[in-house]
Design a protein around this ligand. Structure first.
Ligand SMILES: CC(C)(COP(=O)(O)OP(=O)(O)OC[C@H]1O[C@@H](n2cnc3c(N)ncnc32)[C@H](O)[C@@H]1OP(=O)(O)O)[C@@H](O)C(=O)NCCC(=O)NCCS
Length: 176
């Protein structure tokens, strides 16, 4: 039997944290400690097949600056389904659970995606950010041109100009 469970990071025991990290290491060849740390501190969607973890995604809070506001953003991280369990709806089930969290708690949703996964998010109503991206670094706002065209947002009540500038808060590792 397969089921999706939702839990805050604080509720994950050590074995579950290790299983999630191991799964993401398997899914992403270039997974770093920073990438894993970015996925913590929020709500996880975990797909269990009996005692085996086959899917992980989480949503954490960030501030994105746009249109003169610091928007409370549900930022989706660490989305991965074990290769031999893809195209069975597990990714969609995790996103559905996290989108409920985003809709209930945040001004918008956002995530950084690879070209391959862009279609998956677009089909769920996530919109490509067309404008320039940047980050609020310790030395001021810096362009993150390499990320332009990679950010998707889930617009909610706050009006967004998708061709305007979008600035993320600072963190170690990849900024988006
Ligand atoms: C992206 C990813 C999480 C999607 O997970 P998934 O479990 O395969 O997702 P789903 O099964 O819900 O949907 C994937 C596709 O399978 C299709 N699908 C869903 N159930 C299906 C079924 N029973 N039979 C056939 N196809 C099905 C979906 O329509 C979707 O089609 P699309 O790719 O044309 O949009 C997964 O491919 C993955 O881990 N990729 C590698 C890591 C990655 O790129 N992560 C995202 C980084 S931002």
């Amino acid at each position: 039997m397969t089921e999706v469970r939702i839990a805050h990071t604080a509720e994950l025991d050590t074995a579950t944290r290790e299983a999630a990290r191991a799964l993401l290491d398997e899914v992403f060849e270039d997974m770093t400690d920073h990438d894993w740390e970015h996925a913590l501190g929020g709500v996880h969607a975990l797909v269990w097949e009996e005692a085996e973890l086959i899917g992980h995604a989480s949503v954490i809070q960030r501030r994105l600056l746009h249109g003169g506001r610091a928007l409370r953003t549900g930022y989706v991280e660490g989305v991965g389904v074990r290769a031999d369990r893809r195209k069975r709806g597990h990714g969609a089930a995790m996103m559905e659970a996290l989108e409920r969290v985003v809709r209930g708690a945040y001004d918008l949703g956002a995530l950084g995606t690879s070209d391959e996964a862009a279609k998956f998010y677009a089909a769920r109503g996530w919109r490509l950010w067309r404008g320039p991206t940047s980050a609020l670094t310790p030395v001021g706002i810096a362009r993150t041109a390499a990320e332009d065209g990679c950010i998707h947002v889930l617009p909610l009540a706050v009006p967004l100009d998708l061709s305007g500038e979008l600035t993320c808060d600072w963190r170690d590792g990849d900024l988006w």
